[in-house]
Design a protein around this ligand. Sequence first.
Ligand code: SF4
Ligand code: SF4
Length: 111
Amino acid sequence: MAYKITKNCISCDLCKNVCPTNAIKIVDDHPWIDPELCKNCVDSIYSVPQCKAGCPTYDGCVKDTSEDYWEKWFDTYKSLVSRLTDKTNYWENWFNIYSQKYSQQLQQNSR
Ligand code: SF4
Ligand code: SF4
């Protein structure tokens, strides 16, 4: 999951200094976002992607939508799980809660 810089970038370099993961590099005099380092500003102090938020162009910096669906899904999953304070018996607890909710729904539907 990453942002990318497009041909509409005017190389003002504003984004380079605000990226919290130092994902933006200058390659051949143009900024480039390293997709391995870009984390969409998730888990940073920012609530929006800084490269896009500060870009003076409309679409010089955009979300790369060409990525694989499941890759994105697992990135989100890993990010959420990393925030859990207690990972003990995570799946067992999840399954218990899911089973309870499912049973409740079945009972409601059978009335
Ligand atoms: S989205 Fe955030 S982490 Fe990714 S390149 Fe932009 S500023 Fe850096
Ligand atoms: S802020 Fe926008 S225009 Fe400036 S270098 Fe970054 S992507 Fe290009």
